[in-house]
Design a protein around this ligand. Structure first.
Ligand code: FES
Length: 322
């Protein structure tokens, strides 16, 4: 379920690598799609009721009024990528959210280093096109298991910035493997790094960047897996349902959403990871410990709403508009 859905039609479905489908989305009603900036993603409501987040990978100038997303068929899929591959075809109409950007590009950088692991190339592809259009200094490194599994390889090889793109394949000679330390090099003012890929790839970059003394503010990570609540869960607390006056205890080991469901109070849920916004709930009193990737820092600081699938309370009690 999307609160502010836009209807789009799949104008083209393509094969962008082994196991990767590309989707070109155009407005279903002839209206223009909202503009976006590189690094933005959209929520897509899938057949079967799931909502998934996909980065927009086309150039953000939106000169021909469409969005493009790339979807890897994930063997560990909980249904999202399978639905996109098997149940979405050219002509299918989907509901999407307006674009949202939690991975914004600093266009004033003196050099941008883009590091992609597999399908993580999608937001970086949009960034690379933007940086190339600006005439900016950048390099894009794409890591994949093999050349056949490198998403958007053909497009990158045919691009005007092909000499700034470097491919690294797990099954290739060791000389072409990505040497993270030398790719990162020394931090310098104005240099920024953007990283998107599987968790292990992100962690490898994070560890190497820290060892090279890169400031966290210069290394940007994209993740569509919401931040898990801390292991201690911020302890237990209570939620009060303002409209009925009921009070529900939330143990340290349960999410607010699960604690409420156990008491028969259902809140709409989709991603259960703090990324889609489906479970957004108004907070009337109490202090929230935000763990989502959906609200902006300003929205989180306002403390008037939260995502009960992952966020918790700092105060002993939260009063909810339920
Ligand atoms: Fe997606 Fe809570 S269900 S943010």
């Amino acid at each position: 379920m999307l609160s502010a859905g836009i209807a789009v039609r799949v104008a083209r479905k393509t094969v962008e690598a082994e196991g990767v489908a590309g989707f070109r989305l155009v407005p279903a009603d002839g209206e223009r799609l909202p503009a976006f900036t590189p690094g933005a993603h959209i929520d897509v409501a899938l057949p079967g009721g799931l909502v998934r987040q996909y980065s927009l990978c086309n150039a953000s100038a939106l000169d021909d009024g469409h969005y493009e997303i790339g979807v890897l068929r994930d063997a560990a899929s909980r249904g999202g990528s399978r639905a996109m591959h098997d149940a979405v075809h050219e002509g299918s109409v989907l509901q999407i959210s307006p674009p949202r950007n939690l991975f914004a590009l600093d266009e004033s950088a003196t050099h941008s280093l883009l590091l992609a692991g597999g399908i993580g190339v999608t937001p970086l592809l949009s960034m690379a096109q933007r940086l190339a259009a600006l005439g900016a200094d950048f390099a894009l490194h794409c890591c994949s298991r093999s050349a056949a599994r490198a998403p958007y390889r053909r497009r990158l090889e045919d691009s005007t910035f092909a000499d700034q793109v470097f491919f690294h394949h797990d099954d290739g000679p060791s000389a072409q493997r990505l040497d993270l330390a030398s790719a990162l090099g020394s931090p310098a003012p104005g240099r920024h790094v953007y990283v998107c890929g599987p968790t292990g790839f992100l962690e490898a970059v994070r560890t190497t960047a820290r060892a090279l003394h890169w400031a966290d503010a210069q290394v940007h990570f994209e993740s569509f897996t919401g931040a898990a609540p801390p292991a201690d869960g911020h302890g237990s607390f209570e939620v009060e349902l303002h409209r009925s006056g009921r009070v529900v205890h939330v143990p340290a080991t349960m999410t607010v959403l699960d604690a409420l469901a156990a008491e028969g109070v259902e809140i709409p849920v989709s991603c259960a990871q703090g990324v889609c916004g489906t479970c957004l709930t108004r907070v009337l009193a109490g202090e929230v410990a935000h763990h989502d990737l959906y609200l902006t820092p300003a929205e989180q600081a306002a403390n008037d709403c939260f995502l009960p699938c992952c966020s918790r309370a700092i105060s002993p009690r939260l009063v909810l508009d339920l």
